[in-house]
Design a protein around this ligand. Structure first.
Ligand code: SF4
Length: 282
């Protein structure tokens, strides 16, 4: 087991599915009405237990809107202190454009220094919050360039991406596309020279890791969002159970077929033939 994850470990936490916005395209089906969140002690136990396993480790904290979780600052600081390269996704709605003092206080109380803060800017978010670009500008200034703007290409389509890019071209944001739902459409955008290949990435990275959610632990983000039982590693947050399930998964035929596909295909073949990486995993 150690051998399988001792180079690079990627953990994602879907902290809660409560959100103050209600975007049509929401991949986690979050809403104001959703209750329940991952217990802080469970997250910390898992992070602590896996910290010694990998030299390079990343932890992405997402939601719902993570800033609605009462222990967000604590979780992020502990994650950083344990050596995880930690980042958090926020919809930036906590930025009060009429009260910079309040906004700054919230920012410094919530996000530890040097943390990467990621936000989405797409047409659905824009519909929910017409002041989103202004809020992202404030966030950009507060973070001194450490935030990244991500665009969910699955829902924007070609025209949507062009529109979004025309907004972003007016800013100094550094942005990248994270294909949360359907890499296929994202690769189409590359094939049409609308996006650079290096703007595409899977949030799960090299797939050595797992996703913590409020109903258990899954192998990858997309399957966590669809509660796919085949990719559920554990109902509980028991570290031994997760380790055992990961071990079994890593030696399973599903995983060997994923690995051999990765090993045997060139990046171009993957782009030409697969909706990389989701088709490889499901
Ligand atoms: S802001 Fe994010 S989490 Fe909230 S509804 Fe929109 S897509 Fe979902």
């Amino acid at each position: 087991m150690k051998q399988n994850i001792n180079n690079h470990l990627s953990i994602m936490t879907i902290l809660l599915r409560k959100c103050n916005l209600y975007c049509d395209h929401c991949s986690s089906n979050s809403s104001f009405k959703r209750e329940g969140f991952v217990n802080t002690d469970d997250i910390l136990n898992i992070l602590e237990a896996f910290a010694p396993y990998a030299k390079k480790k990343q932890h992405l904290v997402s939601g719902g809107e993570p800033t609605l979780h009462p222990d967000l600052h604590y979780v992020l600081s502990a994650s950083n202190d344990l050596g995880y390269k930690t980042s958090v996704v926020t919809n930036a709605s906590w930025i009060d454009l009429d009260d910079m003092g309040k906004t700054e206080r919230f920012f410094y109380d919530t996000f530890p220094e040097d943390l990467k803060i990621t936000s989405s800017f797409d047409l659905e978010h824009f519909k929910e919050d017409p002041m989103l670009l202004q809020r992202l500008s404030v966030l950009h200034d507060l973070t001194h360039n450490r935030n990244k703007i991500t665009i969910d290409g699955a829902y924007n389509g070609v025209n949507g991406i062009k529109k979004i890019q025309s907004y972003l071209d007016e800013t100094t944001f550094d942005y990248m596309l994270i294909p949360m739902q359907s890499m296929g459409r994202a690769t189409n955008l590359v094939n049409q020279n609308i996006l650079d290949n290096n703007k595409l990435s899977c949030p799960k990275g090299d797939k050595k890791g797992f996703v913590i959610t409020d109903d258990g632990v899954y192998y990858c983000l997309r399957t966590a969002l669809t509660s796919n039982p085949c990719f559920k590693l554990s109902d509980s947050y028991d570290v031994e159970e997760i380790l055992h399930a990961l071990d079994c998964f890593n030696s399973s035929s599903i995983n060997s077929s994923i690995v051999s596909l990765y090993d045997n295909l060139s990046p171009q073949e993957i782009i030409d033939n697969y909706h990389y990486p989701c088709d490889l995993c499901e």
